[in-house]
Design a protein. Structure first.
Length: 138
């Protein structure tokens, strides 16, 4: 099975390194960027299976970066995992991504990150989780 590629964007190098380490330990090929501009440049050169974006970045927000990714060929349907320490931002960002996005509250555990990435790559995400929950109730 080919390695899945993950684009990670966080303007805090320490957090970027931790997320990259967790994902690499999970068997993913990871490219990190400290700015939205660097992330978009990487997405223009390489296809990724999922993007992990910090919401609060120095220049563009993670939400703005995600919107710009949608305009790049081969990245327009990329699922997105937004990260933030501010939980109140979650619903605002997730609603416009039609089930192809998730939110992860910082700090998080390695297992939670890896499970969320697997769900997004496997076609999971909010809508898949909601459908599974509805099916269990029946």
């Amino acid at each position: 099975m080919p390695h899945r590629r993950v684009l990670v964007v966080d303007d805090e190098p320490r957090i970027l390194d931790i997320v990259k380490y967790f994902l690499e330990q999970g068997g993913y090929e990871v490219e990190g960027a400290t700015t939205g501009e660097k992330a978009l440049a990487a997405a223009r050169k390489t296809s990724f299976d999922v993007a992990v974006l910090d919401i609060v970045l120095a220049a563009d927000s993670g939400y703005e970066v995600a919107g710009k990714l949608k305009k790049i060929k081969n990245a327009e349907n990329i699922p997105v995992l937004f990260m933030s320490s501010k939980v109140e931002m979650a619903d605002l960002f997730l609603e416009s991504f039609d089930g192809r996005a998730e939110f992860l509250l910082k700090p998080f555990k390695k297992e939670t990150l890896l499970e969320t990435i697997r769900n997004l790559i496997g076609g999971g995400g909010r809508e898949a989780h909601r459908a599974a929950a509805r099916a269990k109730k029946k």
